[in-house]
Design a protein. Structure first.
Ligand SMILES: N[C@@H](CCC(=O)N[C@@H](CS)C(=O)NCC(=O)O)C(=O)O
Length: 203
């Protein structure tokens, strides 16, 4: 039987969250690792917006948002209970992550592209979200309680990027719980598995 096709890019945080959910649900997919500079015609045909991840199901249905792919995968199988979290709280945190935090992250990573402000300014903007997460993690081991949920998986790839801009600063900063939470995800067998290198897709 044909497998779902996943257009992915290894280092993309949106693609990471989608792969994490697909792997956690033990759904086999054909991974098509793309070059963002040379997107395959089939990807653009099924999803003209041209972002990854995109999942095409065997019946032809196309999921072109990472969160939709996560939700779909976990609806098939959710052995770890990642969907057992208050949907409103989930949406609120993911909205903050994908919105204001991602914007600050892009500017902190590439300050030369956004010369209106200093890198320090952009870092401080991102830190508002880091502080929210740190406070949550002081209360419980995961963002919304004592066990992991969709929201942890959806957010940690972005915190990974933020932390990596200046690893010394992050490691020694006022975010000990967040650092430990991030380290836990980075060391998890699931993350290691989804970060394996896939051969570049050739149409
Ligand atoms: N809202 C989308 C965002 C996906 C996204 O922006 N992916 C980036 C890579 S990390 C992308 O494909 N950018 C298009 C490009 O760089 O040409 C989702 O959640 O899937």
């Amino acid at each position: 039987m044909a497998l779902p096709i996943l257009y992915s890019y290894r280092r993309c945080p949106y693609a990471m969250r989608a792969r994490m959910a697909l792997w956690a649900a033990q759904i086999s997919v054909e991974v098509r690792e793309v070059s963002l500079r040379d997107k395959p015609a089939h990807l653009l045909q099924i999803s003209p917006k041209g972002t990854v991840p995109v999942l095409q199901l065997p019946d032809g249905k196309v999921l072109e948002q990472s969160l939709d792919i996560m939700q779909w995968a976990l609806a098939q199988s959710d052995a770890q209970g990642w969907l057992n979290a208050d949907p409103q709280a989930v949406n609120h945190l993911i909205h903050s992550n994908d919105g204001a935090f991602k914007k600050a992250l892009d500017r902190y990573k590439y300050p030369e592209r956004y010369p209106e402000h200093s890198q320090q300014f952009y870092r401080e903007q991102g830190e508002q979200f880091l502080q929210t997460l740190e406070t949550a993690l002081q209360q419980h081991a995961y963002l919304l309680g004592g066990s992991a949920s969709l929201v942890d998986v959806a957010i940690f790839p972005f915190i990974r990027q933020f932390a990596a801009v200046d690893a010394d600063w992050f490691a020694t900063g006022p975010y000990p719980q967040l650092s430990a939470w991030l380290a836990g995800w980075l060391e998890s067998p699931l993350f290691v598995e989804v970060m394996q290198k896939f051969p570049a897709f050739k149409a």
